[in-house]
Design a protein around this ligand. Sequence first.
Ligand code: AVJ
Length: 323
Amino acid sequence: MSVQSVVARHPAEDRYSAFARDVIEGLTARPKRLSPKYFYDETGSRLFEEITALPEYYPTRCELAILRQHASDMARLLPPQTALIEFGSGSSRKARLLLDSAPAIAAYVPVDISAEWLSEEAARLRHDYPRLAVLPVAADFTQPFGLPRSLAPLARAGFFPGSTIGNFEAHQASAFLRHAARILGEDAILIVGIDLVKDAKTLTAAYNDAAGVTAKFNLNLLARINRELGADFDLAGFCHQAFYNRERQRIEMHLASRVRQQVQVYGRMIEFRAGETIHTENSYKYTVESFGAMARGCGWTPVAAWTDADAYFSVQALRAAKQ
Ligand code: AVJ
């Protein structure tokens, strides 16, 4: 066995080569594509935080308003001694709104891929909620993972805010809902944030902000490939595109090549026609009914749905159906 193959077994190296593999696969596919999960390196995460504060980007503001206004209604769905399990927790800012209104929550289990961020956030939560058991799990929540044994006596509620589920294709969203039903078990509650279908103008503006932050966020994917895989993308040779695909009820983001060009990526020459795009993200929009119907097919019964005053965004509560 060569030294190289031993080194490649290191988990960080595995993640790195998974990125390289996905990038090469996506850029040699037709049409070209890249996964939106790679937006979130340090720069991308900072740019996304900036996006959430933009005047055109309504989802975060609306969801926070819904959580502030209806947290106690959500709390009423939770039995005493509930563990709140958050899928892809990030900052825990939204979970705190539930924690503040739901004394039934005895344990909080943030599940996130970034172990470092998780332990820092866990320390802050333990400080701010001294009676709460904070049990972080470092895992990719789209893959099967185990819950801490100490949760066994507790009821369970899942929390999946942010309309992150909107990044999934229908089959992936269904797989996630089934997987969540299995992990959370009988009688569990799942509280999920879902962006709603609305007029194309509002939707399009949210992904084409005047300050150009979303364009930077999209282009950072190429900058990341340059940084981490030694590629030579000329960022000035690509432009941000985002539009609403009405038939598929989704925002599509692309990076369009301004000219015919070649780019060197991880030892490969990738050719672009003028105007050719890399499809970088789908952000699916649902109605309360269309999301409820999907949930029903995946082991859940819709029990409540809250929206903001403009009905731009929804937070929906589901209960695990009897097996
Ligand atoms: C984090 C997936 C909910 O789809 O609105 C924001 C990501 N992309 N602007 C979304 C995003 C461009 C965001 N989600």
